[in-house]
Design a protein around this ligand. Sequence first.
Ligand code: SAH
Length: 288
Amino acid sequence: MTHVATPGADVRVAFVGAGPGEADLITVRGAARLQEADVVLFDSLADPALRQLAPNARWIDVGKRGFSGVPHAPRGGGKENTGQDTINALLVKHAQSGAQVVRLKGGDPSVFGRLEEELAALATAGIECEVVPGVTAALAAAAATQRPLTRRGAGRSVALTTAMTQSGDLVAGRHADTESFYMAGKQLAALSRRLVAAGWPAETPALVVSRAGWPDQIASEHGVGTLGDATVLHSGRPTVVTIGVGATAIGTSAEPIDASRMTTASATGAAPAAASSDPRAEARSSTP
Ligand code: SAH
């Protein structure tokens, strides 16, 4: 049975999407929940400036694998790698103590955020909670590069995808007109090979954006077949890869990606390699 907070219920835990980057990308509702919080369990992706919204709350770093700006701790050890069971237990413990708890997650809580485990743990303990959405990384990348994910007539579907399986394998298919890949920044060359093998023409537009929504965001353009070229530029930074119609520059023909019609990069207006000699220039010009 789905456990949904009923109006007037005593909601003890709010899952809040922090947004993808700078603090002001949080929603107004998310900011309000932070202001009401006694305890905040936060991930490494959330902007530390958000602390100003709840200076008196107890802030607990439960950042797991991901981008904390420090080398990754081995699985199961260190505060950069708090185990999921520990996080679940902390949520339940603080909620049961009577505290108002915010679980702050980078981007949107419902997208690659292990939300299901945490909701299940709270439901099992009979604790009411709510989920406040946030701006997910793929949307921030689209905004940063001014490349809409959907296009009238040509881009009718968008897939939020991770190429990484639970066992650490890399898989890729072809599911939508535009696909945004999360958590593949370290394996761009392998992702490129898998995508071509899955039927994406090598010339399909591919956009790589790292630290979308931050002042130092970087965007570079490639073809699906040359994604590996982006590895060094985005190394060590949270990175989202958008391929297909939604990666096409505005003003060029964004037509449905059809293998039989995609023989040259110019057929879709794709820039097969980095668009400018200094891709950081694009990032600077697209800084909000
Ligand atoms: N819940 C988050 C995703 C968490 S999974 C969201 O909705 O955005 C972590 C992955 O998200 C990273 O590996 C990266 O692929 C992506 N990501 C998160 N923040 C990002 C950012 N600012 N720029 C680019 N990619 C980002």
